[in-house]
Design a protein around this ligand. Structure first.
Ligand SMILES: *[C@@H]1O[C@H](CO)[C@@H](O)[C@H](O)[C@H]1NC(C)=O
Ligand SMILES: *[C@@H]1O[C@H](CO)[C@@H](O)[C@H](O)[C@H]1NC(C)=O
Ligand SMILES: *[C@@H]1O[C@H](CO)[C@@H](O)[C@H](O)[C@H]1NC(C)=O
Ligand SMILES: *[C@@H]1O[C@H](CO)[C@@H](O)[C@H](O)[C@H]1NC(C)=O
Ligand SMILES: *[C@@H]1O[C@H](CO)[C@@H](O)[C@H](O)[C@H]1NC(C)=O
Ligand SMILES: [Fe+2]
Length: 438
């Protein structure tokens, strides 16, 4: 009898045990959202407590909060129901770390730890240095494994604030009736359980109106995005970060393109009124505006990314970025790494001083392609034999980057080779005015 009971609970544990756990910031300061999956409809509980706080007055008891769940049919050819749970921990203190576990009250996950520092919207403002991992086009398969190893190691030994994934996950979230998405979310779990994993959609998420993307990732809500996780922004340290969706320019429907543009102009306007406090304006999205891969062969449809597609995006966004004084644009989609100089209208805009790894007083947005994390699609794209005039550095190795916004004047970006576990490129950007184009 006991034996049967034990076997039964072992079988059930797989369906009850939380998996695919990942964190994200919300639209409110001092909040962290946890999402996870079970295959049976069980209750959603997060148990947490602050640790390592400066103040000894902080309680160390565990607090349980109730989340909620939805059922999601992730299958295409068959029905595969998973239960996606979500819960938000509120009232975080930026001087604390937090231990937490998710589960149904009986079956719990491991205990993980995250930092209580979140985006910052109200006084007293915290404009101290902020560090972000930036990664693009990351999927399952052997090419992405180097990146998983290096980023897992880095997330244990080095401190950064969050992870910004600029589109294209798993390849694809919906493939094999959602199993590829499940596998990938488990692959990133050791990283995404400790750091907010902030996303925006790429073309690989487009299946059925981005259903898997919208359902599996809950990003900060705003009046315009209506809970789609397509576009949002946040303030952290001396920077304003804008995560936007270039897929709208490749869809039939322009409704979201117009909605997003209205939101973007309003958001840039607000950010520009706040540049004394946060002078850095950093935009991230999936499709590139400026890159060199096969740009010399624009007539080949499969090579349109840095040709006709990029030119189309320039028409939509180049002026918006330049006139609003955007400092950096991180892009992906093309599977390699390429760093450009400051560019406006397809021309290099000279800074007050430009060196191979430094721009002092830039006067236009600097473009960085960050699409080389590795995925199932085969080797990364070969770099262009004829890089464009503004190209500064390029590599088709696998990797990802780390951005450090030190203070109001100094920003540093470095890009790693995951197989070589080394830094392949770095750049300093140094401001001589809060906004170059005011
Ligand atoms: C996608 O959304 C559009 C507009 O809301 C709708 O007309 C269309 O049927 C949707 N397609 C799918 C596959 O759900
Ligand atoms: C917002 O989302 C809800 C739920 O998905 C949908 O019913 C509603 O039509 C959306 N509103 C707009 C303005 O898109
Ligand atoms: C979408 O907008 C672009 C310009 O931004 C325009 O060229 C295109 O025709 C529009 N498409 C639709 C379907 O309205
Ligand atoms: C961009 O500049 C290059 C020269 O660097 C030129 O060959 C190319 O045609 C330009 N592209 C567009 C769209 O004007
Ligand atoms: C800004 O950060 C850079 C790099 O750490 C440092 O050299 C510089 O002194 C800092 N500036 C101020 C005003 O703190
Ligand atoms: Fe892509």
């Amino acid at each position: 009898m006991l034996c049967v009971f034990l076997i039964a609970s072992t079988v059930y544990a797989g369906y009850l045990y939380p998996e695919q756990i990942h964190l994200s910031w919300t639209e409110n300061e001092g909040e962290m959202r946890a999402m996870w999956v079970t295959y049976l409809p069980v209750s959603s509980v997060i148990s947490y407590r602050p640790i390592l706080c400066n103040s000894i007055a902080n309680p160390t008891e565990w607090t349980n909060i109730q989340g909620s769940s939805i059922s999601f049919n992730e299958g295409q050819t068959i029905t595969r129901i998973q239960y996606i749970h979500t819960g938000v921990i509120t009232g975080l203190n930026e001087n604390c770390y937090y231990e937490y576990s998710v589960g149904d009250g009986l079956f719990w996950s491991d205990i993980y730890v995250f930092s209580g520092r979140t985006p910052d919207y109200s006084a007293p403002f915290n404009t101290k240095e902020v560090e972000m991992i930036i990664i693009g086009d990351w999927g399952t398969g052997h090419n992405g494994v180097y990146t998983k190893h290096l980023l897992s190691q880095e997330s244990k030994i080095r401190d950064f604030d969050g992870i910004l994934h600029v589109g294209d996950f798993a390849y694809d979230l919906h493939n094999e009736n959602g199993r590829v998405g499940d596998r990938w979310l488990n692959i990133i779990e050791p990283i995404a359980t400790s750091f907010a994993y902030m996303t925006l959609p790429g073309n690989h998420e487009g299946h059925k109106n981005f259903t898997h993307y919208k359902t599996r990732f809950n990003m900060p809500l705003n009046e315009a995005n209506n809970g789609t996780s397509y576009f949002y922004s946040f303030d952290m340290g001396p920077a304003h970060f804008i995560m936007m969706n270039t897929e709208v320019y490749f869809d039939d429907s322009n409704v979201t393109a117009i909605t997003q543009m209205n939101w973007l102009l309003d958001d840039l306007n607000k950010a520009n009124n706040n540049r004394e406090l946060r002078p850095w304006l950093i935009v991230l999205s999936h499709h590139p505006l400026y890159c060199s891969v096969n740009w010399e062969l624009p007539l080949l449809q499969s090579n349109g990314d840095c040709g006709p597609d990029a030119v189309m995006l320039q028409k939509n966004l180049d002026d918006v970025f330049y006139k609003n004084g955007v400092d950096l644009y991180f892009q992906a989609h093309v599977h390699n790494y390429e760093r450009e100089a400051a560019i406006y209208k397809n021309l290099t805009v000279p800074s007050e001083y430009d060196g191979p790894n430094i721009h002092i007083g830039p006067k236009a947005p600097i473009y960085i392609t960050n699409g080389n994390a590795g995925n199932y699609e085969g080797h990364n794209d070969p770099t262009s034999p004829t890089p464009q005039d503004w190209a500064q550095f390029w590599s088709n190795d696998y990797g990802y980057g780390r951005l450090i916004v030190y203070n109001n004047t100094h920003l540093y970006y470095e890009h790693y080779s995951s197989p070589d576990v080394s830094c392949m490129d770095h750049v300093w950007v140094i401001k001589t005015q809060n906004r170059y184009n005011s």
